[in-house]
Ligand binder design. Structure first.
Ligand code: GLU
Length: 499
């Protein structure tokens, strides 16, 4: 059975909260989210927290924060609720018990009393023999129902196994990405669905949840491809519609190996800490396996949410190219505008000594930084190195040695003269503290002294910014108070030229 084509699309992202959100998981989330939006459907967030040791409250929060940071709003799930809840597997125990009852009534499960010891012994024996272990030998499959009931009533420990139908044949499905997939039936064991302690196995819980939540499309990593035939058997055992599956290829590092910590940052949180913008991350990750038209690289959220389709998802493994991500992030920085930039840059501005109060009190100072760096940043964590000089006040903590040697102390450069000339212009209070006018006046001085602009401006740059590679000079200068600029020139004159 499959879903009727006109059923409202419902998809889910189902992370196990065992640590940070890996970029592979983030891409899966993005595809589900964008697909739901494109289809006018629902995007559900379900937390698969059945591993009691690793699924901590804190890890749940880490995932939710990563989702929020990426801007992947979910329609149902933690914090927002919904009719198909609860959205934590640990709170859905009752639904698994109900599903088990349903399968019992349909005769599609049976209790198995085989002990672990006996199963282990059989497995070891089979493995030693030719042919190997072929799965559970179905000892309990045909127990007399009355006997089985009596043993259960007597409290004998047991699991519940799926009764894989005799002659089921190959398990086939049409994956929206992989195409037609077929698994031979022989590999299908009478798998356990409920353990001795009453807890559901992973595949059973996933199917119960997806079915009960009305999921129409299961979009997930292809590490789950081998679970899919088992899950299909469970759907059939429950008598539920099988959703459409779409398995996503792996994300590889530049060396062709699965992307992991070895390649540097691999979690959403780390990319956030390194100054990538959520819009750029979403754009970049969306393109790891999907394309709009095979060539467009900058795709905003609106376009993604309108145009995303599973047809354009490739099954080829995607390579994570950090150089491309850096470039893309730079493009988003360039376009984001000053006030969004200040907001996004706060953590790094705080590193430099900014405070929330100061940002509120002097918006023009902070907004004014943006044009200086809008086209020069690939990541926001480059801000401290690039803009530190704006926070030094009247005193430069340290002049870059190389710049001092190359610019200020260079034979015949007349750097002291250049500084004196510029200082005089900058000290003239009748002149507006405005970049173009200051630059023009300094240039005129340079011409009078027959100093080329470079020889005139580089010393000033080193004096004010501490090195020779600052953002545009006069635009930077006018962000600072006149007194501080003059004090820095005096400082360098004294330290380098002895007053
Ligand atoms: N919880 C599973 C995981 O973290 C996802 C299960 C699924 O998508 O079916 O990999």
């Amino acid at each position: 059975m499959t879903n009727t084509p006109d059923a409202r699309v419902r998809v889910r992202f189902a992370p196990s909260p065992t640590g940070r959100l890996h970029v592979g998981g983030a891409r899966t989330a993005i595809y589900n989210w964008a697909f739901a939006r494109a289809m006018g459907g629902d995007f559900i967030l379900r937390i698969e927290d059945t591993d009691p040791e690793r699924s901590t409250e804190e890890n749940v929060q880490v995932i939710l924060n990563a989702m929020k940071w990426l801007g992947l709003n979910w329609d149902e799930g933690p914090e927002v609720g919904g009719d198909a809840g609860p959205y934590f597997q640990t709170e859905r125990t009752g639904t698994y018990a109900e599903a088990l009852e349903r399968m019992k009534a349909r005769g599609s499960v049976y209790p198995c009393f085989c002990t672990k010891e006996s199963l282990d012994a059989k497995r070891a024996k089979a493995e030693a023999e030719e042919g190997g272990y072929a799965g559970y030998d179905r000892t309990c499959r045909d127990l007399d129902p009355a006997e089985a009931a009596a043993r259960i009533a007597a409290g004998e420990p047991h699991v519940w196994r799926l009764r894989v139908p005799e002659g089921r044949g190959a398990i086939e499905f049409d994956d929206a990405v992989y195409g037609h997939v077929s698994f031979p039936a022989e590999v299908m064991d009478d798998m356990i669905v409920v353990r001795t302690d009453g807890s559901p196995t992973y595949n059973f819980a996933v199917v119960c949840d997806d079915a009960n939540m009305g999921i129409t499309h299961v979009i997930r990593g292809d590490d789950h491809l081998s679970n899919t035939p088992r899950q299909i058997l469970i759907y059939e055992a429950l008598g539920f519609d099988v959703p459409t599956f779409a398995h996503l290829s792996m994300i590889l590092g530049p060396d062709g190996k699965k992307l992991s910590k070895r390649h540097g940052a691999a979690s959403v949180e780390e990319f956030c800490e390194r100054g990538y913008l959520p819009d750029a991350m979403v754009n970049f990750l969306a393109l790891l396996g999907w394309s709009l038209d095979g060539e467009t690289t900058l795709i905003d959220r609106e376009t993604l949410c309108r145009e995303f389709s599973l047809e354009r998802v490739t099954k080829k493994d995607a390579v994570f190219d950090e150089t491309k991500l850096d470039w893309m992030n730079g493009q988003y920085i360039k376009e984001m505008g000053a006030s969004a930039w200040v907001q996004a840059s706060l953590p790094w501005l705080f590193e430099l000594g900014a405070t929330a109060e100061d940002v509120a009190a002097r918006p023009e100072f902070y907004l004014g930084m943006y044009p200086l760096v809008a086209e020069r940043l690939q990541r926001l964590d480059e801000i401290p190195a690039k803009l530190a000089f704006l926070f030094w006040g009247a005193h430069v903590p340290e002049f870059d040695e190389k710049s001092v040697a190359k610019v200020l102390k260079k034979e015949g450069a007349r750097a002291d003269e250049a500084l004196r000339a510029c200082r005089a212009v900058l000290a003239d209070e009748s002149r507006p503290w405005e970049a173009a006018s200051l630059e023009e006046a300094c240039r005129a001085e340079g011409e009078r002294l027959e100093l080329k602009p470079k020889l005139l401006f580089q010393p000033l740059r080193v004096a004010v910014c501490g090195n020779m590679v600052s953002p545009p000079l006069f635009e930077s200068i006018v962000l600072l108070p006149r007194a501080d600029v003059l004090a820095r020139i005096d400082q360098v004159t004294e330290e380098v030229f002895g007053g």
